[in-house]
Design a protein around this ligand. Sequence first.
Ligand SMILES: [Zn+2]
Length: 348
Amino acid sequence: MQLLRGQSSIPVVVHVVWYSPEENISEQQIFSQLDALNRDFQAQNDLSIVPPGFRSLIASAGISFCLADMDPQGQPSNGILRRQTDIRQVASHRTGSQKTICYTELGGSDAWDPSRYLNIWVGSFGGLWVGEASPPESTPSNEDGIRIDPRYFGTTGTATPPYNLGHSLTHEIGHYLGLQHPWGAANDNKDCTQDDGIADTPLQSKSYFGECPASGFTCGTPDMTMNFMNWTDDACLAMFTPGQKKRMQEVLQGTRKGLISGDNRCMSTSTQAPAPIEANLQVFPNPGSGTFTLIRSNKSEAAHLYTATGQWMRSIPPHQNSFELTGAAPGLYILTCGNQQLKIIHLP
Ligand SMILES: [Zn+2]
């Protein structure tokens, strides 16, 4: 994972509470999730799916995350706790009104001081739910944090499509830092009367659950279907807005300021390079100039080349393994093949 120096990092403790062995996810899967968070909250993820009309609203939230290097008692730690449980679907299990996964004595794992650490419990929801988050100032504090299913955590290991790019946790941390869905607090907002209280996210009445739309239109304006606070599939999520950044920073400087104040509780060494996401579409050299070599796993599908503003330039027929940008202006170009997209940097 990556430590971003010169910037306040939120120390994270990951509680892996597992019933079946595959729920006891690997360190590599945890690191892949931290890397995804650090990309998403700094606008370093793949932004090529953001349409031209919304590009000026892409904001880096300016937030980074690290695994805690010290427990609440000051003892060294790697920020990962593992607990075997005899409770199936422990993340959705309740003991009375308590969330079982948040208490060691009930078969879960006790929170580390939630005013100083972001607690993330990874446990099975049994397919009922992807994850859930505690909003700021939520009670009880023993349960303050995020619960997420191991199949929708990280980008490798047991991470499962369509939630295998780490964006589910990005979405839940958005809630944890004070954001609502673009369609407001209720899940049944069909009449465009409710809003998320953020001025630069368009009013929206649809959740896009289970969808990966090229575009969407409700309440009289185009929907920001690729906003992280939608329920769109991971492949179609990409951005926060300046208004959302402002809200999250206010929470981080206010209610949740203990996360970023005081002594540094971050892992100070790089542990492992992130696992590469399996690429079905590759171009090299990239950045490059002149002739580019193209590799696509689906050799019967044509690829299409676009300018950075989405203007179609030309198609590259199936089985053609190279293309030229000679004569085209230096800068960013987009190559698509099926539902895959790739950014190409054309050098002078
Ligand atoms: Zn949500």
